[in-house]
Design a protein around this ligand. Sequence first.
Ligand code: AP5
Length: 231
Amino acid sequence: MALRTAVPVNTLLNIELIGIPMKMKIILLGPPGSGKGTQGEKLSEEFGYVRLSTGDMLRDAVRKETDLGLKAKSYMDSGGLVPNDLIINLMKEKISSLEKGTGIIFDGFPRTTEQADALGSQIDIDLALNLDVDDDELVNRLTKRRSCPQCNAVYHLLYNPPKKERFCDKCGSVLYQRDDDTEETVRNRLKVYREKTFPLIDYYEKKGNLVTIEGIGEINEIFDEVKKAIR
Ligand code: AP5
């Protein structure tokens, strides 16, 4: 009689799930320009995660001149951080509005230990992914970045140009340069990052869920490393 190996249904299901990390809560850490938005967008597209970018939310609030936008604008223009209480309330509401078990990518949040404590008291984080890039490369990336005001896609004039000059590949809107992407403001954002956000690397390392990835190289190669880390 031929020997047949029966593979339990659960095992088959698990094999399928190996390639599709579901429902994780992932923080993208890293300095301004390290590629959090770029990689976060790719993760969201490939795995159906919800990407919560505090920077995109704030820029939208500034454009619509909401109460939050009016309060946040001067901090953003100078490259400083918007006060913790405003950001923590904003994110608490966003997270509560999502269905339980949704996979979430946090892009640009938390940025201070107060924000990290607040997030940790609301949900459990599975992974903090730190993208490591040196300052000269960051300045080069940010001063040549172009962004879409409609769908928030990001491009780089040299490394990741849109197919049609000045227009978003995804939604066709006219691209713009962010007000805080001038060299002077970028240098201040990097300074603020070192003072306020860099300590979060140690914070998540101590919690045992930090993975650092070299953020320099081809965007798709970095994305492969990101996927390895979350698998
Ligand atoms: P935010 O919008 O979060 O800005 P940021 O953290 O400074 O990050 P960036 O969006 O500038 O960069 P990124 O890492 O997403 O890089 P990207 O993928 O775009 O915040 C803006 C402001 O809002 C803050 O300064 C603050 O005032 C306020 N704020 C936001 N959150 C806050 C919070 N939690 N608390 C308080 N205040 C808050 O890539 C950059 C460029 O590089 C692009 O052109 C891209 O095409 C290119 N690129 C990406 N990857 C590569 C690669 N591998 N090789 C070459 N080029 C690449």
